[in-house]
Design a protein around this ligand. Structure first.
Ligand code: SF4
Ligand code: SF4
Length: 732
């Protein structure tokens, strides 16, 4: 060992010792913060499926590859990070001696070849990612991007470190070539040989370059260890457990979509018959009341902004960005952690748990952070502004896009639950809807005895359950389908088509009440449970004696479809629920319905969030339309998984939209830009919102918004009176 090697070895050892010590301290701190969360025992189920999903999602980059070039570039950088870590390890041998290398595999030509290829692809990948970040930097002329609000220096820092580590990998190899210490052939390592051809024959070059590579790598480790909220770096490690512990590992996509999580206290579902707000946690009032998985979610966020770029609230000028919401919760959790770890925190009656002695030596900033209300305006020092919380339509675009499976919607609804159930704090206009649900069983407050009015004038009988011996489908009409004039046309169209196809069905009539979706999404779990239990009882009675496969329900409202199919199981209601577009697609495919007159004039289709993203029903409505219309369906730029919300979900239908551009107008402009004369929908709320948007633009005479079922009915029974344009806002 020469004098240069003595210096490089000491330098490498010293910086590595410091970095490892800081990294261990950082990991212990993160684990301690995450453990502050509430228990979530269900996250440990089905470990095989969890492991499989984690491997498929990470190795296959299933989310990221939907983003084309950036996904591919990120894949090469990720593989580069894993495989080329071996080369960082090898550098520890190279600082000691110029011909050092990894024992055994370090001499295999295949090792030289693979690391060469991955090194080159990693270089290309990181240059692409750097270019994309620079091109989308929020400070560029032209304004906002998905990186708006991200901590940009951290992204640049991580990318430069990766670039330099990769470059120095080739410089080390180049010096080995130049000094004749390189054992791999040109065919396996052409780039290394090319670099070696321009480097001097400097005998200590290998050790010096290796030391620089180690210093760069350890600088990265030191910086991220001193910044435990630096998700852009830590996600390299945290993404694995975050995906492993996702809500529903067996779901190929959208694990945090569909059903909402039941309310839990101490990890156990809350029983409202016995729940006591002084003993049980009702939603989330403090950051430590999220589950540990919630805190892991916040820690894992990479600040990539994919969620933000798809969010309808953010894209129409509302203060909500799912990314910024997650970052606020993360920063608050870590800033409050010293106070919580010292024993601080409020019990469920609002009393401080810690003694004065426990808090005596705490940093004043941690104490100030602990005083912040989780939900509050800027003047109140709140972590999340109420306008942020109530802007969410629960459309799920954020969950769909997030490459590390963060479950934004669950966190938002958990915070809403506390605000509604304990603070009674929510947009006042939604109070009418909640009162109507409690008193009349529907959000409009329509009289229950008008639920069957939609059947009047049909030229066939619509039987109620109990009036017929047998029926294949229970037709769940839904409140909109029963009381709202536009939706009633869809209900009639579906009933007519089912009758035409010879499908036996029956309705509950006055026995049906609201599924509870708006109550649950606004956070009023109590009203949801009340309505849902009543419906589950009614439905179980209607299907008494039938096995699950024969407890078939068809629903026209995606919110009912989602609630009945995905959430009633939490209350003992197991049913086979289909959306009417699925049943109609089947009836057309099996020849039971025959479109005879194609609908022309150009048709586009708007995916309802609770049908598409939340339940992955993308094909059926398109199949129906494909059979019923002349020519091809004209897709909007934002369609299917990336469809843009109409603005009505998450109980936003019953709240005023006071900030920014109206979401429905944004969507209608996109639909109208296709030139289609018909905008087909599969949801009564989308129908209302888009009709309002079209009328608001004064285009009601040129563009018609109707349900897929009505389009099909026009094609199957062109002689059927269609009832003209659908303009009336609310019936009943
Ligand atoms: S659910 Fe939709 S509206 Fe809510 S934060 Fe996510 S993307 Fe935005
Ligand atoms: S929440 Fe997910 S999609 Fe959004 S910025 Fe963080 S990692 Fe990216």
């Amino acid at each position: 060992m020469g004098s240069v090697q003595i210096v490089t070895t000491i330098l490498a050892a010293a910086i590595t010792a410091v970095a490892v010590w800081l990294a261990v301290r950082a990991v212990l701190k993160m684990v301690a913060v995450i453990r502050l969360g509430q228990p979530a025992p269900e996250r440990f189920s089905d470990k095989v499926a969890r492991a499989r999903t984690m491997l498929v999602e990470t190795a296959g980059h299933t989310r990221m590859l939907k983003w084309g070039v950036v996904g591919a570039a990120h894949w090469f950088v990720m593989v580069g990070f894993v495989v080329l870590s071996l080369l960082v390890l090898e550098a520890y041998f190279e600082v000691v001696t110029t011909d050092g290398g990894l024992p055994i595999i370090g001499h295999w030509t295949i090792f030289g070849l693979v690391t060469e290829i991955i090194g080159v692809l990693g270089l290309v990948g990181i240059l692409v990612l750097m270019a994309i970040r620079l091109r989308n930097r929020p400070t560029r002329p032209g304004g906002r991007s998905r990186f708006t609000g991200s901590t940009m220096w951290q992204g640049y820092f991580v990318e430069w470190i990766v670039l330099l580590v990769l470059i120095f990998g080739f410089v080390i190899r180049g010096f080995k070539v130049a000094t004749d210490h390189f054992e791999f052939p040109v065919w396996a390592t052409p780039v290394s040989h090319a670099v070696g051809a321009v480097l001097p024959d400097w005998s200590d070059g290998v050790s010096v370059a290796a030391a620089i590579k180690i210093i760069i790598s350890m600088t990265w480790l030191i910086v991220i260890s001193l910044n435990v909220t630096m998700g852009v770096a830590w996600h390299r490690f945290l993404a694995f457990p975050n995906i492993f512990f996702k809500r529903e590992p067996a779901k190929p996509a959208g694990s945090g979509l569909g059903a909402l999580r039941p309310m839990t206290s101490q990890g156990k579902p809350l029983d409202f018959e016995e729940a006591d707000p002084e003993k049980d946690q009702f939603g989330v009032a403090h950051v430590e009341q999220f589950s540990w998985k919630g805190l892991l979610d916040f820690s894992t966020c990479t600040e990539c902004g994919r969620c933000q770029s798809q969010c309808p609230a953010w894209n129409t000028g509302k203060p909500l960005s799912p990314k910024l919401l997650v970052l606020s919760l993360r920063d608050h959790a870590y800033a409050k952690a010293p106070y919580l770890l010292a024993g601080g925190g409020k019990d469920l009656t609002g009393e401080e748990k810690a003694t004065q002695a426990q808090l005596a030596h705490l940093d004043v900033l941690a104490l100030a952070e602990a005083d912040k209300p989780l939900i509050g305006t800027a003047e109140e020092g709140g972590v999340i502004d109420p306008d942020v919380l109530w802007s969410c339509t629960t459309c799920g675009a954020c969950v769909e896009q997030c490459p590390v499976d963060i479950e934004h919607v669950d966190h938002i609804v958990d915070m809403r639950r506390y605000q509604v159930l304990i603070e009674s704090s929510f947009p006042s206009e939604a109070g009418v809807m909640l009162r109507n649900l409690e008193n009349k069983g529907n959000p409009w407050g329509a009289p229950q005895n008008t639920r069957e009015d939609w059947t009047k004038g049909l030229d066939f009988e619509v039987p109620r359950v109990g009036e017929v011996d047998d029926f294949e489908y229970l037709f769940w009409v839904g409140c909109a389908g029963a009381f709202e004039d536009r939706a009633k046309k869809t209900t009639r169209a579906v009933a007519t088509l089912l009758n035409e196809a010879g499908v036996t069905f029956a309705i509950l009539g006055e026995g049906e009440t609201c599924s509870g979706d708006p109550a649950r999404r606004i956070g009023n779990e109590f009203v949801f449970q009340m309505l849902a239990q009543q419906n589950v009882e009614t439905l179980n009675e209607a299907f008494e004696g039938r096995e699950k496969a024969k407890r078939k329900i068809v629903a026209t409202c995606p919110h009912c479809f989602n609630t009945l199919g995905n959430e009633y199981g939490q209350l003992g209601g197991e049913f086979e629920v289909v959306h009417h577009t699925q049943l109609l697609a089947h009836l057309v495919a099996t020849g039971k319905l025959t479109p005879v007159q194609p609908v022309d004039g150009g048709v586009t289709y708007h995916d309802p969030c609770y049908l598409g993203r939340h339940n992955r029903v993308f094909a059926a409505p398109r199949e129906v339309l494909g059979d019923a219309i002349a020519g091809d369906l004209t897709e909007m730029p934002r369609n299917s998984e990336r469809s843009f919300c109409c603005g009505a979900g998450g109980a936003r239908m019953w709240m005023e939209e006071k900030i920014g551009k109206r979401i429905n107008v944004d969507r209608v402009e996109e639909a109208m830009a296709t030139g289609a004369k018909t905008v087909a929908v599969g949801c009564p709320f989308c129908s209302t919102m888009l009709n309002d948007g079209v009328n608001g633009k004064g285009a009601g005479e040129q563009v018609e918004v109707i349900d897929v079922a009505s389009v099909l009915l026009r094609s199957v029974k062109p002689e059927q009176p269609q009832g003209g344009r659908e303009t009336a806002p609310v019936g009943g």
